[in-house]
Design a protein around this ligand. Structure first.
Ligand SMILES: NC(=O)c1ccc[n+]([C@@H]2O[C@H](COP(=O)([O-])OP(=O)(O)OC[C@H]3O[C@@H](n4cnc5c(N)ncnc54)[C@H](O)[C@@H]3O)[C@@H](O)[C@H]2O)c1
Length: 417
């Protein structure tokens, strides 16, 4: 039997998806779980049992005998937690997003280089069946060179905001800009094409009443207009707009492809693909048109796993990478940082009045020094004296009563927590 990767998970909210993967996996087993939220940790303990070790302290957890740490802690704190894990001798699988300021981006890359540990960015939307298939099609050259692409992750979270922010005014979800959560929309385009983003202009939709009601101090959506290294243009849009949409569309020099576009809940589970290929004689009026649900050897097992099976496929590839399977397709630290920089630089763009921002190539060590001390972000703890507003017109002021009301909803929905 194949060796199983010994897994430690921090964060028992989203982390449950990774724990559940390991419960049935042939290539992984959970040995330790960490969360500082004792009541939530106790519930997990009573569900998964005493064969797993439980910790409330991250430092103590890191001493456990394990191969990889899965980071499902706060989205804005992944870089320092990843660095600590790698320095303690563990590989890392990181939930979205990889960092919150450029200082952290440089430190994260250099830690991976120095320790030689494997870093896998768990951008699961790249692993949904249709974008997964699109990567194969693009990399085989079937649609030629990227001219234009669009990626959308529009998820109206108003109804479940109390469940995921607990009425905490300082929860990271209430502090981020409209551009922060950019890798579900941009990431798949980056991964499908393998192209590096080089420039970006940000467009911020206004702070709307829905944002106020949620206690979300950001514009209702962010759009990044990105130029890729081959000159191709990408529109990436994400946020709390009315109509949910997870959708990817690519136009190439030889053909085009796009995922299905549906209403609401089903859009989180995209698995249908359309694509059009120009015939060899380039007579563009006679496209070969295909429309199908792509399947591969993992489809059956991925089955009902979260986010259209992508949670399974993402974990399977990360574990295989750690086991040394060279067929594993993972997102390394450079690609992760590139996915995330489009959002941060789009935010810089709107703060500069809409200027185009050059995105550095942090694969080159000589480009890093300029960013080593750049802590600009919306989290006061990480930004220090370089704190920037979460909305270009100034961070909105939302009274405590809004958060108190959200807390009341949270408590009524989760009396056990
Ligand atoms: N890829 C996806 O589809 C997807 C979906 C949901 C959430 N996420 C990501 O998962 C992560 C977690 O999100 P969430 O929804 O579970 O909410 P969350 O960020 O509120 O939960 C984080 C959990 O980590 C724990 N934690 C934080 N700091 C800790 C510390 N220092 N020591 C011990 N425990 C600590 C918290 O108590 C909490 O239980 C985020 O990065 C989020 O972006 C990804």
């Amino acid at each position: 039997m194949e060796k199983k990767v010994k897994v430690g998970v921090i964060g028992v909210g989203r982390g449950r998806s990774m724990i559940n993967y390991c419960v049935n996996a042939e290539n992984a087993q959970v040995v330790a779980i960490c969360d500082k939220w004792e009541k939530a940790l106790d519930r997990v303990r009573s569900y998964y049992g005493e064969s797993i070790a439980y910790y409330t302290s991250y430092d103590e957890f890191l001493k456990h005998d394990m191969d990889v740490v899965i980071l499902a802690n706060y989205s804005t704190e992944h870089a320092p937690f990843a660095i600590k894990a790698m320095q303690a001798g563990h590989h890392v699988i990181s939930e979205v997003l990889p960092f919150q300021n450029m200082k952290e981006a440089v430190e994260l890359i250099e830690c991976v280089e120095k320790t030689g540990k494997i870093y896998c960015y768990a951008e699961n939307y790249c692993y949904m069946e249709a974008p997964w298939e699109m990567r194969k099609i693009y990399q085989a050259g079937r649609i030629g060179e990227l001219d234009y692409a669009e990626g959308e992750y529009i998820h109206n979270c108003e109804r479940n905001w109390p469940d995921i922010t607990y009425g905490d005014k300082d929860h990271w979800r209430n502090r981020i800009s409209a551009f922060f959560y950019c890798t579900h929309s941009f990431g798949p385009i980056r991964h499908i094409t393998g192209l590096r983003p080089v420039k970006v202009v940000g467009f911020e939709a206004p702070f709307r009443p829905i944002c106020y009601r949620m206690g979300y101090r950001a514009g209702v959506s962010g759009t990044e207009m990105v130029t890729m290294e081959n000159g191709g243009i990408v529109r990436s849009t994400h946020g709390n707009l009315k109509r949910n949409s997870v959708w990817y569309s690519l136009q190439g020099t030889l053909g085009s492809m796009e995922t299905q576009r549906e209403m609401a809940d089903s859009t989180r589970y995209i698995n249908h693909l359309f694509y059009d290929l120009l015939p060899a004689d380039d007579s563009y009026l006679t496209f070969e048109h295909k429309s199908y649900d792509p399947k591969d050897e993992l489809s059956e097992k991925a089955g009902s796993a979260g986010h259209g099976g992508s949670d399974y496929r993402c974990m399977w590839n990360a574990m295989e990478k750690i086991l040394g399977n060279d067929k594993a397709d993972t997102i390394d630290v450079y690609e992760a940082v590139e996915m995330c920089m489009v959002g941060l630089f789009a935010h810089f763009s709107v703060l500069s009045g809409g200027k185009e921002m050059l995105i550095p190539n942090l694969r080159n060590p000589e480009e890093r020094d300029k960013w080593r001390n750049d802590t600009r972000c919306t989290d006061p703890k990480a930004a220090g004296d370089q704190l920037i507003p979460s909305v270009s017109t100034g961070t909105p002021d939302i009274p405590d009563s809004v958060y108190d009301d959200i807390r009341t909803i949270f408590e009524s929905r989760h009396p056990q927590l």
